[in-house]
Design a protein around this ligand. Structure first.
Ligand code: ZN
Length: 55
């Protein structure tokens, strides 16, 4: 049996994430770099996916 790292999961997409390549979010949780960027965008502007209401 070889020693394995505890399974770490991305705080955003819940997929396995490597500690060496992961970032940590403001809560100290591991997160993929791409997911971190996405989470920042999501937090900043939840309605970013919708087209702006051109009035
Ligand atoms: Zn992720």
């Amino acid at each position: 049996m070889e020693a394995t790292y505890p399974e770490m999961k991305c705080a955003f997409c819940n997929s396995p994430v490597l500690i060496e390549t992961a970032k940590t979010n403001e809560r100290g949780q591991l997160i993929h770099e791409d997911c971190y960027v996405q989470s920042l965008r999501t937090n900043r502007d939840p309605s970013a996916n919708f087209a702006p209401d051109s009035d």
